[in-house]
Design a protein around this ligand. Structure first.
Ligand SMILES: [Cu+2]
Length: 350
């Protein structure tokens, strides 16, 4: 993205174009017109960030250590899907420090207090009655890739301490992203505001013995201050992350493997939240019996060794393991695997 006009600013239109958002009326409407705001000023964005109570902004003379909740493994199991065709979904966005790697506390912006946010599991045809209250100190928004709805009406900025409600229908099955779309979008996504929506097809899927949801994402961070790191927007714009993770924590499923048994049908829903890197999802030691682009059963591929999960996209893979052992899963984009996007599937005989 060679669009820098000076040391700290890039042309805004180029920025949005690079982010695939140049036609995003809602995004423009939530931050003024393109004419009103000519540049993305990284320094300003960082200054705004520092006003948001981020621990890194605390002057050294008055700094206090930030308390971070003990890390809990993100449960990758696909939740059971209620049979009711009307789903009331009520979330909060909030600011929260949490761990993204061993001993690395990170100042996050969250949906539901975790990174990624909660897994939203639906059936095709479900009506979602959605409400979100912004408990953060900065404006946020939400964009469901699984929805078809006017962004200018529903993907708008939600001021702090206010609630946005809108309804949408899950008309396509698949593995979809949701994320905050508030400018600067890459900043809000790099802060942790994303998650997966899984929509099961009304025609059903063959029974699986295990169903896991993995969200790959990148973290771009500053040096720690008071034991906590912040998002480094310049690094995010350069696309050189410090950590890459499945479900928000580098190597968490290496420490706490996912499990399966020999011969079981294993289904993984893999969503790539980016914000910028492609995922080359691969399970070492096996081949995918079937893979479905964006998780739609109509998009079937067979015998895949590695699948391309682009930023903002999803994939569903199915496979069986014939012999017990530990089977690492990675992005085969190995710089990112080396930065934490790897885990282990521990397969036992019984
Ligand atoms: Cu946001």
């Amino acid at each position: 993205m060679n669009t820098h006009t000076n040391g700290s600013a890039i042309n805004r239109r180029s920025f949005l174009k690079a982010a695939g958002l140049v036609s995003g009326a809602a995004l423009l409407s939530s931050c003024g017109t393109a004419n009103q705001v000519a540049t993305v000023d990284v320094a300003k964005a960082e200054a705004d960030h520092s006003k948001m109570g981020a621990p890194g902004s605390t002057p050294a003379s008055t700094a206090v250590a930030v308390k971070i909740d003990e890390f809990k493994t993100y449960d990758a199991t696909l939740p059971a899907i209620p049979t009711s065709p009307t789903r009331q979904v009520t979330w909060e966005s909030s600011d929260k420090p949490l761990y993204i790697a061993k001993d690395i506390g990170f100042q996050a912006w969250t949906f539901g207090g975790t990174v990624p946010g909660p897994i939203l599991a639906l059936n095709e045809g479900d009506d979602v009655q959605f409400a979100i209250t912004n408990k953060s100190v900065s404006p946020h928004s939400i964009d469901f890739h699984a929805a078809q709805t006017p962004p200018s009406k529903n993907y708008i900025a939600i001021p702090p301490q206010t609630t946005l409600k809108f309804n949408w229908k899950a008309q396509y099955p698949g593995c979809f992203m949701y994320h905050c779309g508030t400018p600067y979008v890459i900043h809000h996504m790099a802060m942790g505001m994303y998650g997966a929506t899984i929509v099961k097809p009304k025609t059903g899927l063959r029974p699986a013995d295990r169903e896991y949801v993995l969200v790959q994402s990148e973290f771009y961070v500053t040096d720690p201050v008071d034991g906590i790191v912040q998002t480094d927007l310049k690094k995010a714009l350069s696309g050189n992350p410090d950590y890459v993770a499945f479900n928000g924590y580098s190597e968490q499923y290496k420490e706490t493997p996912l499990t399966a048994k020999v011969g079981e049908l294993i289904r993984m829903w893999v969503m790539n939240a980016g914000p910028s890197h492609f995922s080359a999802f691969h399970v070492i030691g096996t081949i995918f019996e079937a893979a479905y682009q964006d998780g739609n059963p109509a998009n079937k591929m067979v015998g895949m060794q590695t699948v391309n999960v682009y930023p903002g996209g999803g994939m569903m893979v199915e496979f069986r393991i014939p012999e017990a052992g530990n089977y690492p899963f990675v992005t085969h984009s190995f710089a990112d695997a080396s930065k934490g996007a790897l885990g282990v599937l521990a397969v036992t005989n019984s």
